[in-house]
Design a protein around this ligand. Structure first.
Ligand code: AMP
Ligand code: MG
Length: 362
């Protein structure tokens, strides 16, 4: 009896040691990290676990396939085929393009056109990343605004067809496709047995699980006024998605004014809503991507008004005058690290005429 007891104590000690060892190993585990250029942007992966390398390689292949189907610039993509046949017959598209077009229409409707899947003609004309961009004349902008009508896109999911009603109309998935791709990569990681990973597709970040030691990931929020990789603070999150739309990402300057790549489809001009950037946290990166574009166009108050009805969706809006507006649900999950006197944080828990109280400050 005594012998058995001693043996079981020894066994317990051995098990405890083994558990501690495994935990330590998990803490020390090094991730597989990669940087690639796909979908016109930098793709960073941080993947833990034995299948990390395979999963990361397959992820890049998957992204290249998505780019081939969804690109606005590649003449052979599904989206380009649709755009070329604008004003003509419906076209049959792959399931990915059909599904994403359909959901993009939903985001266009729910944001009342702040996110607008039909912004293509304006994006093409403003061509902010071209060698010699220019400011189009107002009459030209007005006619392009008329073309950017999401009501003219019809999608038949069962038949897998889509159609643009008028000649010259163009769908552009640029504001949502990277988020969608980030979700697709997380699904691929899961299928490969990965439990802990980050995928970042040009600022559309998908988080699988938490860090191997169980702590949340810390995701830097870019300082819009400084070089890439300088952060004003960070978000501590697990199993979530974060997308940032920023006027600093792609723009040109003319006549002392800055024109960014995010267009307000209602005016036809680059968005000018008082925001330097909008980061949206959501359960999926498709949602955070579409909504970050919409919030950037709408500005802080209307933008937060739009997202606050959606479960699990939160935002960090940085205004051009240095206020960081953080929605109440991120209290305790956002840490400001910018030096004193540069940025100040306001927590918003209700906006609009039915506001339950004033914005609180820190
Ligand atoms: P993001 O960086 O996610 O905000 O997406 C910006 C990209 O989406 C641009 O480069 C355009 O291709 C496209 N885009 C620009 N303005 C809009 C808009 N208002 N709604 C939807 N997509 C847009
Ligand atoms: Mg977006």
């Amino acid at each position: 009896m005594r012998g058995t007891k001693r043996l079981s104590r020894a066994a317990c000690a051995a098990i405890a040691l083994a558990v501690c060892g495994a935990l330590l190993a998990a803490c020390r585990e090094r991730p597989h990290e990669t940087v690639d250029f796909v979908m016109g942007t930098v793709v960073r992966q941080t993947v833990y676990g034995p299948s990390a390398e395979t999963a990361a390689r397959e992820a890049v292949e998957r992204l290249r396939a998505l780019e081939a189907a969804l690109s606005f610039h590649d003449a052979a993509s599904d989206i380009s085929r649709l755009n070329r046949s604008s004003g003509g017959p419906q076209v049959t598209l792959g399931p990915e393009a059909i599904g994403l077009l359909e959901r993009s229409l939903e985001f266009s409707r729910m944001s009342d056109g702040a996110f607008n899947i039909m912004v293509g003609p304006l994006v093409r004309r403003w061509k902010v990343t071209a060698d010699r961009p220019d400011v189009p004349p107002p009459a030209e902008i007005a006619s392009l605004v008329r073309l950017a009508s999401y009501r003219d896109l019809s999608v038949d999911r069962d038949r897998r067809t889509a159609r643009l009603a008028r000649r010259g109309q163009m769908a552009d998935l640029g504001g949502i496709a990277k988020g969608y791709a980030s979700d697709a990569v997380l699904a691929l990681y899961r299928a490969r047995g990965v439990r802990s990973a980050i995928i970042d597709i040009g600022g559309n970040i998908g988080l699988l699980g938490s860090r191997p030691d169980g702590r949340p990931w810390n995701i830097g929020v870019q300082d819009p006024g400084r070089e890439r990789g300088s952060y004003i603070g960070y978000l501590s999150l697990a199993d979530n998605s974060v997308s940032t739309s920023g006027g600093y990402e792609r723009f040109f300057v003319a006549g002392g004014r800055r024109y960014s790549h995010i267009i307000d489809p209602r005016t036809g001009y680059p968005a000018d809503s008082g925001l330097a950037s909008a980061s949206v946290v959501a359960p999926s990166a498709e949602e955070s991507d579409a909504l970050s574009t919409a919030v950037f166009v709408l500005g802080a108050s209307k933008g937060i008004g739009l997202i606050q009805r959606r479960p699990g969706v939160e935002a960090v809006c940085i205004t051009t005058d240095g206020t960081v507006i953080v929605t109440e649900g991120l209290r305790g999950r956002f840490t400001l690290t910018a030096p004193e006197g540069t940025y100040r944080v306001e927590y918003r828990y209700r906006v609009g005429p039915d506001a339950a109280g004033p914005a609180r400050q820190r």
